[in-house]
Write a protein that binds this ligand. Structure first.
Ligand code: 5GP
Ligand code: MG
Length: 189
């Protein structure tokens, strides 16, 4: 698996520093409040697990599954599957957490839906932010790292379902990006 990596962008030690900084910012902001953290699956599960253990704040965790029908590394249509109970969102301070903010469509849709479900306030926190890629206007309230416009894997982020278990954030060698990408309809022999 490690030999599929072209370049490590963020090391384990750097991840630790970035998450501790954001955990401090969140603690300052939400100190005494009863927060609902809405984790967007699947990609955010590693980040959320590390983040919440650094938050000495009363909180509960809810999940929403975001399925974007991406062809290879390009985003497509988006479906949201909620597992959160109504009383976990309605009337509450919500912090939506995702692995990476790219076009902004996923977080914008989840934030809209949290308000539609009666959230009192909705904040957003991402592990990675790729500001160059934004298709809808979106600025996260909290972000651990800004990265350049490159497709990354590791620390929860996958390519075709793999690499989530890498402990760092990295770019794949081009041959591994291409080999498991879904070919556009009609492009197969
Ligand atoms: P957005 O809706 O902001 O375009 O995309 C957010 C989702 O796209 C993320 O939750 C993630 O699943 C996926 N995504 C965007 N950029 C990357 C990337 O560089 N690597 C991986 N593995 N997933 C990405
Ligand atoms: Mg995702």
């Amino acid at each position: 698996m490690h030999d599929h990596i072209a370049r490590v962008l963020i090391t384990e030690a750097e991840i630790e520093v970035g998450i501790s900084r954001v955990a401090g910012e969140l603690t300052d902001r939400f100190g005494g409040r009863d927060l609902t953290l809405v984790a967007i699956l699947k990609g955010s599960f590693v980040f959320v697990a590390d983040l919440i253990r650094r938050l000495p704040v009363p909180l509960r965790v809810a999940f929403v599954w975001a399925e974007s029908y991406r062809e290879g590394t390009a985003p497509g249509a988006l479906d949201l599957f909620w597992t959160a109970r109504e009383d976990e969102i309605a009337g509450r301070s919500v912090l939506v957490v995702d692995d990476i903010l790219d076009s902004g469509r996923t977080l914008a849709a989840v934030r809209r839906e949290c308000f539609a479900r009666g959230a009192a306030e909705v904040h957003t926190c991402v592990f990675l932010d790729k500001p160059e890629r934004r298709a809808v206007e979106f600025i996260p309230d909290f972000a651990c790292f800004e990265i350049e416009d490159v497709f990354v894997v590791g620390y929860g982020l996958d390519h075709a379902g793999r690499y989530r278990n890498l402990p760092y954030v990295a770019a794949l060698k081009p041959e591994f990006l291409a080999s498991s990408a879904v070919a556009p309809r009609g492009a197969r022999p």
